[in-house]
Every structure is written in C-alpha cells, then in structure tokens.
Design a protein around this ligand. Sequence first.
Ligand SMILES: Nc1ncnc2c1ncn2[C@@H]1O[C@H](COP(=O)(O)OP(=O)(O)OP(=O)(O)O)[C@@H](O)[C@H]1O
Length: 228
Amino acid sequence: MSDTAMDPVVRLTGVTRSFAQGGVTIDVLRGVNLAVNPGEIVALLGASGSGKSTMLQAIGLLEGGFGGRIEIAGIDASKLGKDQRAAVRRDHIGFVYQFHHLLPDFSAIENVVLPQLITGKPRTDCETRAVELLDALGLGQRLDHRPSQLSGGEQQRVAVARALANKPHLVLADEPTGNLDEATADIVLAQFLALVRDQGSAALVATHNERLAAQMDRVVRLHDGVLA
Ligand SMILES: Nc1ncnc2c1ncn2[C@@H]1O[C@H](COP(=O)(O)OP(=O)(O)OP(=O)(O)O)[C@@H](O)[C@H]1O
C-alpha cells in the first residue's frame, strides 16, 4: 500500500473538479498540486467561492467527480471503491466543520466515544480517551451535556475532540472557528493546534483569516483553481 513511512499524508497531483449548473460549467479546481507531510499543519486560504471546501471534500474522499490523482498516506484513492474509501477515511482522517455537526441526542462524551467504537476499540478505552481530550479542551465539567446545552465555542471544542479521537494522521478542518466570535475563535484554534501538534497529526485548515493562518506551519492559497 504505502511505499515508505515518510509518504506525504496527502499528495494531490493535477486535481480538477468542475460543476455543471444551469447549462454553465464552472471549473473550480483546475489542476491542484499539494503535498502535506506527516505532522505538518497547513493553512488553506482563498476567497469565498475559490474552492476550499471542494478541495477538502476531494481529500476527504467524500465525493467522486474529481480528476487527477489523490493519495492519502501513500494510498491512491482513485483505485478504491466506496467501502475502501470509507475505510481510508476511518483509519486516517478526522474532520472539523464550521458548524459542529454533533449528534444532537448524544452527550459530549458520547459524541467523542462513537467514532472510536467504530474502530473496534473497547468502550472503556474510548471513554478514557474522550475524557482526556474533553478535559484538555476545558470541558471536563460538561461531559454529559448534549450539544443544545453547550455554547457555540463549547460545541466546536467537542467537534475538535471528536475529530482527534482516533489520532488520525490527517485532520481536515473547514473554517473550524468561522462561526465563533474573535476571542473564542482564538482560544479554540489555539487549543486545536496544540492538540494536533501534541499527537503529531497533520492538518489542512481552510480559513479566510490571515491572522489565524499565520499560526500554522505553512500557508497555501487557492486562486483561479490552482494553489500558489
Ligand atoms: N454541488 C455543487 N454544484 C454546483 N456548484 C458547486 C457545488 N459545490 C460547489 N460549487 C461551486 O464551486 C465553487 C467553490 O465552492 P466552495 O464551497 O468549494 O468554495 P469555498 O472556497 O469553500 O467558499 P467559502 O469560503 O465561501 O466557503 C462555488 O462557486 C460554488 O458555487
């Protein structure tokens, strides 16, 4: 599967994506090249509509329709079927979105335990890991709260814990603090980056915010369908 232990976590080669809408075709990605190394945290900047979310969807193997080559941890995703793509996602990738997408009927701790259970880990280990993460994010007193009983910043912290729960090689974050006020966004981003660095994951973080981007290891910019 993987050639060497030092394969990039993500390698995109000439990735394209077009959308046909109302008789008009928009070429959103026109040949994107990118390599993200293990443990590297990369900010993805670009104007609204430039294709940042589309690029994260490509890397997250969530949808088809992409041209070019997408490799995750040395695995060529274009050769994989739906179930195998899901397995790569489960084994390698964690996601954080602008809106938390937590399961509303489950508590904070349950939301962080569930993605771990899917990997077959014993429940007590999953719970220990969830408590450790939620504690580190300052939510040790909120373990049994459901999302509706948490503030926006707290909900987003639970989403961060959920994304990191399985210690993924790669975290994909799409405007992870985009719906938070500036002060809360700064705190949540700092906690997110510290945890990602601590566990040695790589991350690709889409943002509009140059100031937040400057805190990451490298900045890439999406413009006219290619990265600069
Ligand atoms: N399913 C779709 N069908 C048609 N067009 C789409 C679809 N998804 C995205 N697009 C178009 O692709 C372009 C890029 O969208 P995308 O959401 O990737 O941009 P973005 O950089 O993430 O924007 P923002 O920063 O505003 O979230 C937009 O012009 C959008 O209208």
